[in-house]
Design a protein around this ligand. Structure first.
Ligand SMILES: Cc1cc2nc3c(=O)[nH]c(=O)nc-3n(C[C@H](O)[C@H](O)[C@H](O)COP(=O)(O)O)c2cc1C
Ligand code: SF4
Length: 509
C-alpha cells in the first residue's frame, strides 16, 4: 500500500516529517513515498493514498488527525473531514495546464524508474538522435523564453554558444531564486530533479558543453540534498559522465552553493561567485554566451527554462507553442504568495489575467480584508491595483502596463498596505543588495530612501516627489545592471497607481 507524504520543504515546514513518521508507526505495511508538493500549499501536508480508483487526497493533515484517518479507513480512500477526493479531480489542480511541473508531486523524486514511467528521458533520447543544429532549431521554433526574468529566447542564446569556437563550454543553471514570493525553482528541484538534469544535458549536447554547474542558494538545504542525490544516481545509471546514455556525448554536473546575496542571481555576478570571487556584476559586452564562466562560452538559464526543455524535445515545438499568446508561448509557472487564501503553484498558458490568478486560483486575501495591491515579478516588479486586474500575464502586456512578469511571482496585499512604505522598501532593498559597482545604484538607492522618508514625513512633498522621479530616471538610465535599473519600477508604479499614499499626510490607516 502506497502512501504519499510530501518531502517538499514547504510541507515539512508545516509538519510533513512528523505526519510521515506517525503514519509509518501506526499503519503497518505502508510504503511511504516522500513525493514533491503538488503546489496547493494551503493543503499541506497533503497526504495521498493509492486506491483502486487512483490517488485519494487528504489535507491539511496533522499528526493528531492520524488516528481518526485510520478509523475512517483512509488507506482505502474512506470519507473523513479532511477528504479532498481523488487527487486528479481537485479542481484547483485539474484546471491547470502543467508542462514544466507535470511530474512534480506525482512521482517519487529520486526514482529513475518512476521518472521514466512518467515520460522522463524521452526528450534527451530524442536529442541524442538529432544533430545539434536540429536540437537548437526545435528550441528556437518552440519559442521558449528565459524564465529568470528577462524572457530572452533560449534557442537564440544556445545558438550563440553553439557557434562560439572554444576548447571548453559550460552550462550554468541559475537556481539562486532570490525574488520575493518565488519558490518554483525550489519546488521543481525538490519534486522532480531529473527534469532539470535532463534539460541541462540536452543544452550541453546542443551547444557542445561538457560541464554543468547548478548555482543553488544556501537557503535551500533540502533542494541541495535532493539534487546531489539525483546527480549521483544519474551518474551511476550512466546518464551523466563520459558517455551520456551510451552516446558520444560527455556531461558532468556539479552544484555550487550561493551565500545569500540577491545580486548573485544576476548572471555575471553569479559567474564571479562560481569562480570563487565576490559577487560583483561584470560589464557587458562580452556576453557570457561568448566569454562566460572562466572566460569560456556559457549558457546561463534559469531552472524553469532548462526544466521546460525536456517537454519541448519530447512533444515537439508545435505542441509547446500551441499554448500562450503573441510572443509569450507555452506556459508560465505562477507563484502565488503574500496575503492570499490559496497560495502555491499555478501553471497556466501565458495570457491568463491577474484577476484569474489572484481572485480565481488564489481566492482573494487570507485576512479577508479587501485586496488592494499585487506586486508581480519579484522585488523589482511593479505594484498594481485592482483596476489593472484584467491585464494579461504575458511579457508584452506586462511591459505595456508598466510592469514585468519576471520569474512569475505574484505577491498579494490587502488594504492595510502602505505603498509609500513599499516604495521605500524597494530603495532600501536595493541599497542593501547593491553590488556597489556603479554610482546610480549604490548611492541612488540610499538617496531614494532618504527622499521617500521626507515625502512620508510631509516635508516639501511635491518637490521631493519630483526629485524622486528624477532620481528614478538616473537609476533607470545609468545603472550597469537591472538591479539599479529596475528598482524604480516598484517605486514609480506605487507613485502612479497609488498616488493617495504619497500625499505626505500621516498614513491613511
Ligand atoms: C539583481 C538580479 C537578480 C537576478 N536573480 C535571478 C535569479 O535569482 N534567478 C534567475 O534565474 N535569474 C535571475 N536574474 C536574471 C539573470 O541575470 C539571467 O537573466 C537569467 O538567469 C538568464 O536565464 P533565463 O534566460 O533562462 O531567464 C537576476 C537578474 C538581476 C539583475
Ligand atoms: S546596478 Fe547596482 S547591482 Fe548592478 S552593477 Fe550597478 S551597483 Fe552593482
Amino acid at each position: 500500500m502506497k502512501i504519499y507524504v510530501p518531502g517538499d520543504s514547504a510541507a515539512i515546514s508545516v509538519g510533513a516529517d512528523d505526519v510521515a513518521a506517525a503514519i509509518a508507526q501506526k499503519v503497518s505495511g505502508a510504503t511511504i513515498i516522500r513525493n514533491g508538493s503538488r503546489g496547493a500549499l494551503w493543503l499541506e501536508p497533503m497526504v495521498e493514498v493509492e486506491t483502486d480508483k487512483g490517488r485519494v487526497a487528504y489535507g491539511p493533515v496533522n499528526v493528531e488527525d492520524i488516528d481518526s484517518l485510520i478509523a475512517a479507513d483512509f488507506i482505502n480512500g474512506g470519507a473523513h473531514k479532511l477528504s479532498l477526493g481523488e487527487s486528479e479531480k481537485i479542481e484547483w489542480l485539474a484546471s491547470q495546464d502543467r508542462v514544466t511541473f507535470k511530474r512534480v508531486g506525482i512521482i517519487d523524486p529520486l526514482s529513475l524508474s518512476d521518472y521514466e514511467a512518467h515520460g522522463g528521458l524521452v526528450g534527451l533520447r530524442r536529442a541524442i538522435s538529432l544533430s545539434t543544429e536540429a536540437i537548437i532549431e526545435e528550441v528556437k521554433e518552440s519559442g521558449v523564453r528565459g524564465r529568470g526574468g528577462a524572457g530572452f529566447p533560449a534557442g537564440i542564446k544556445w545558438k550563440t554558444v553553439a557557434d562560439a569556437v572554444s576548447d571548453q563550454k559550460y552550462i550554468c543553471c541559475n537556481a539562486d531564486e532570490g525574488d520575493s514570493g518565488t519558490f518554483a525553482d525550489r519546488m521543481l528541484i525538490e519534486g522532480d530533479p531529473y527534469t532539470l538534469i535532463e534539460g541541462m544535458t540536452i543544452a550541453a549536447i546542443a551547444v557542445g558543453a561538457t560541464e554543468g554547474i547548478v548555482y543553488l542558494r544556501s537557503e535551500y538545504p533540502y533542494a541541495i540534498k535532493t539534487l546531489q542525490k539525483a546527480i549521483d544516481i544519474a551518474h551511476a545509471f550512466g546518464w551523466l559522465g563520459s558517455s551520456v546514455l551510451g552516446s558520444k556525448h560527455a556531461f558532468e554536473l556539479k552544484i555550487r552553493v550561493g551565500a545569500g546575496s540577491y545580486v548573485c542571481g544576476e548572471e555575471t555576478a553569479m559567474l564571479e561567485s562560481i569562480e570563487g570571487k565576490r559577487g560583483v556584476v561584470r560589464a557587458k559586452p562580452p556576453l557570457p554566451a561568448l566569454e562566460g564562466l572562466f572566460g569560456k562560452p556559457t549558457v546561463i538559464n534559469n531552472v524553469l527554462t532548462l526544466s521546460t526543455i525536456p517537454a519541448v524535445l519530447a512533444d515537439g515545438a508545435p505542441a509547446y507553442k500551441a499554448r500562450g499568446v503573441g510572443r509569450s508561448l507555452g506556459t508560465q509557472v505562477f507563484q502565488l504568495a503574500g496575503n492570499i487564501k490559496r497560495g502555491g503553484i499555478v501553471e497556466k498558458p501565458f495570457g491568463i489575467s491577474i484577476e484569474e490568478i489572484v481572485n480565481g486560483y488564489g481566492g482573494g486575501t487570507l485576512s479577508g480584508a479587501p485586496l488592494r495591491a499585487v506586486q508581480v515579478g519579484g522585488p523589482l516588479g511593479a505594484y498594481f491595483g485592482t483596476d489593472k486586474f484584467e491585464t494579461s500575464l504575458d511579457y508584452e502586456s506586462m511591459l505595456a502596463a508598466g510592469g514585468m512578469l519576471g520569474h512569475g511571482g505574484v505577491v498579494v496585499f490587502d488594504d492595510s498596505v502602505d505603498l509609500a512604505q513599499q516604495a521605500r522598501f524597494a530603495m532600501a532593498f536595493c541599497a542593501l543588495e547593491s553590488c556597489g559597482k556603479c554610482t546610480p545604484c549604490r548611492i541612488g538607492s540610499t538617496r531614494g530612501v532618504e527622499t521617500i522618508d521626507l515625502i512620508i514625513q510631509g516635508v516639501k512633498v511635491d518637490e521631493n516627489k519630483k526629485l524622486l522621479l528624477d532620481l528614478c530616471e538616473v537609476m533607470t538610465d545609468g545603472s550597469l545592471c537591472a538591479m539599479g535599473g529596475l528598482t524604480p519600477m516598484p517605486v514609480k508604479s506605487a507613485m502612479i497607481n497609488f498616488p493617495e499614499d504619497f500625499t505626505g499626510e500621516v498614513s491613511r490607516r
